[in-house]
Design a protein. Structure first.
Length: 327
């Protein structure tokens, strides 16, 4: 079998890892890497034994698939151009800057018969994979995803940066329409929403509470599902899964610890496999659109409260918060 010709478009912090992983695959020929910063493209190209390009349009005729790791604001332009050039596309989350753009990309990929996979990497975390396999009839879902402040990913708010992972997981688990959405959040150290809390009530009775923040003192990634007679918990930072069933004779089971894995490598392998086998990718464009659409509904609800929040709080943030964020 001939090797699949692939390129990585955008080789910043995360894109560099994409290039390294794809360069390891025997069934892939990494034709080149692209970045608008020539020095960065040159450096990653040397690392991966391939060519450097500085304009993504130059490489599209040379490949059959691309991995797109550019800032979110450019996802639509680059993904659309790649699809129109006949390339299968892996694009990091979120799929696009708006649901309208995302829907257009999904329709285009479907029309052209091309694979469109979205980089919701948590689907490939072994703790989450175990949890998803154990879920039967969920009653209540609780997720917390917080991180220290970072200058990266500030082109989007915390909903599109962090919470969207858990939105994707909730939509994967709950097969029902949303009946009620309650959300609150605020910008704290940027002009975008830096922390958010959401309550989703589904028509089938399932309730999901989600919290996301990018101004925490230490990171936390927990996802918990309660169902009849059992409590399922995944910690994606520690890569552990715990199943608690009653009665437990007063003792709690030890968490199942998973060996070191590489979720990014696995999702890129899944992308290549979907192309070679002509099958639906594990996180399709449609699923990426659904998570983005819900994220924007949450953003809209929070924006309705934003003016009131700012008027009430003014600019008098506690000095402690500012100190903790900068330290």
């Amino acid at each position: 079998m001939s090797k699949l010709k692939v390129a990585v478009i955008g080789v910043g912090h995360l894109g560099r890892f994409h290039a390294q992983k794809l360069a390891q695959l025997d069934e892939v020929e990494l034709v080149g890497v692209v970045d608008v910063i020539p020095e960065r493209a040159d450096e990653v190209a040397r690392e991966c034994g391939t060519r450097a390009f500085y304009d993504f349009k130059e490489i599209l005729p040379l490949v059959k698939a691309v991995s797109i790791v550019v800032p979110t604001v450019h996802h639509f332009e680059v993904t659309r151009a790649a699809l129109e050039a006949g390339c299968h596309v892996f694009v990091e989350k979120p799929l696009a800057s708006t649901p309208h753009e995302a829907e257009e990309l999904v329709k285009l990929a479907d029309k052209l018969g091309l694979i469109l996979q979205v980089g919701h990497i948590e689907r490939f975390n072994p703790a989450i994979k175990k949890l998803l396999a154990e879920v039967k009839e969920p009653i209540f879902i609780e997720a917390q995803r917080v991180s220290k402040f970072s200058a990266r990913c500030l082109d989007v708010d915390v909903i599109l940066d962090l919470m969207i992972h858990d939105l994707d997981l909730v939509l994967t688990i709950v097969n029902s329409e949303i009946k009620e959405l309650q959300a609150t959040g605020a910008p704290v150290i940027t002009d975008k929403i830096d922390l958010a809390s959401v309550r989703l009530i589904f028509k089938n009775g399932v309730v999901a509470n989600l919290t996301a923040s990018r101004i925490a003192l230490k990171p936390s990634r927990s996802f918990r599902v309660y169902q009849q007679g059992a409590y399922l918990a995944a910690d994606t930072l520690e890569s552990t899964f715990t199943r608690v069933e009653l009665p437990q004779n007063g003792t709690l089971p030890e968490p199942e610890k998973f060996s070191q894995v590489d979720p990014l490598f696995e999702e890129l392998c899944a992308f290549i496999s979907s192309i070679n086998q002509g099958k639906r990718p594990p996180v399709s464009g449609e699923e990426g659109f659904e998570a983005l659409d819900l994220a924007f509904k949450i953003k809209k609800e929070i924006e309705k409260q934003k003016a009131h929040f700012l008027a009430r709080e003014g600019s008098c943030l506690p000095d402690l918060i500012r100190h903790c964020v900068s330290s």
